[in-house]
Unconditional design. Structure first.
Length: 25
């Protein structure tokens, strides 16, 4: 994720796809 770093939370990556990663960049 280019916006913030999440911890084990569903977030949107730079492509707009929902992903479940402990650390999204």
């Amino acid at each position: 994720d280019l916006i913030l770093v999440t911890r084990n939370v569903a977030d949107f990556d730079d492509t707009g796809v929902t992903v479940l990663n402990p650390w999204t960049i």
